[in-house]
Design a protein around this ligand. Sequence first.
Ligand code: 2BA
Length: 109
Amino acid sequence: MKLVLAIVHDEDGPKVADELNKNGFSVTKLCSTGGFLKAGNTTLLVGVSEEKVDQVIKIIKQKSKSRKQAINSNMTPNNIGGMFMPYPVEVVVGGATIFVLNVDRFEKA
Ligand code: 2BA
């Protein structure tokens, strides 16, 4: 068995989870926060047999979009009297960041 762990944009989380459910996969949705943007994102956990992993990844990719997000970077020197000013930086976030982990044991009690 494998555990697919997918980090997706908050706006895509419900769509991805719904589509996985429709296709018969159990999903756990966690609220998470990206370390870089410090913005909310969604982490999905899907336990599946090895032969279903590709199908799960396909659904996640289909339902998650990549987006450009602007942030104020760390302070940087400007030219006026050595003052420090924040400046905007654009990063591309997602579609999805996906990890596939081995599951040693799975039980439901
Ligand atoms: P964040 O850490 O908030 O990162 C958001 C986006 O900022 C990233 O998009 C990437 O484009 C950029 N970014 C992240 N760290 C950077 C850095 N040190 N320098 C420059 N740009 C940086 P994605 O790569 O699509 O990642 C989206 C979210 O997925 C991340 O949110 C984080 O929550 C998670 N993630 C991505 N890679 C990961 C990894 N290797 N381990 C754990 N979580 C990861």
